[in-house]
Design a protein around this ligand. Sequence first.
Ligand SMILES: *Cc1c(COP(=O)(O)O)cnc(C)c1O
Length: 355
Amino acid sequence: MQSNLAIAKKYAPHAKACAVVKANAYGHGLKYGMLGFAEADALGLIELEAAAQLRDLGWQKPIILLEGFFEPSDVQLAIQRNFEPVIHCTEQIEMLESTRLESPMKVHLKMNSGMNRLGFKPENFRAAHARLKKIAGIKEIGLMTHFANADERQHPVMPVDEQLNRFQFASRGLPGERSLCNSAAGLMHPEIAGDWIRPGIILYGGSPDGSSVKKFGLRSAMTLTSKLIGIQEICKGESVGYGSLFVADSSMKVGIVACGYADGYPRHAPTGTPILVNGVRTRVVGRVSMDMMAVDLSPLPVAQVDSPVTLWGDALPIDEVAQAAGTIGYELMCALAQRVRVEVRTESDGPAQAE
Ligand SMILES: *Cc1c(COP(=O)(O)O)cnc(C)c1O
């Protein structure tokens, strides 16, 4: 986490970094996110409860609420705990107008520059800004937007440059810090970084476009490991697991791994999804079940019960597993289940891949 943050900062050396720790720090644990990103200039997240927890844990630098308030009562909590909300709709401005702000608050006004998810349309942005400015207690208004396709600059439908132009045109002359870039934009178009970057996935060693981890020197923060708890020898024509989706075309050994969809491994990972046993690459076979999955031991004549298994990590990029399963690394990280035992290793404990 530390070295990934350093890489994010290196690509945008003049921008401050808001490390995104939403969704339990993308499945890594909020507290570990906070410790790992101690060098960040701010933490950004969605959940107010988690934001309060960060304050309880001692985080004193800014905390940005990336979707702002959900309820009027959130405004008080934000004031008390000194959160900086994103303001993306008129209803949120109304919540601020109808609350007496006892201490000064910084907010971030979001423009919908083309993603059409959250934010004020460019033509309404200045009016929203003027309305916010009138509220006593608002001491600073940051300006932000979010790209739909930062990982593909020449996107045929909504290119980065189109959103960038709309943002720049509609915010021209307004005071305030600019925040535009998620991981993909910060790494791939650092020239548009502005005053703040908002990296998420790269801080955990995942790739925003499924392929750039090596290129940028990112390292997996999370390594998911298990072991073989059983071995079956099956004959040609026999099948493995629910639905008998995999049928052996010759006699073979199959390893049973103690990991399933209740641990967060994707159930839709098909036969062929890469996995490491004893550090050797092989494939998942058959349907992933709740607590177990099967692997092909053909390349591993010496594998036995207790042999270590790596589901993802530096030695097997999560993006590769995700791609095989038709999803993205983000989803796999976030889905890591509560029951998985978490061991935290720091650099001084030795390499994370200590198998
Ligand atoms: C989640 C999020 C990010 C981080 O996105 P990554 O693709 O993980 O880098 C940045 N900005 C906002 C507003 C977000 O919600």
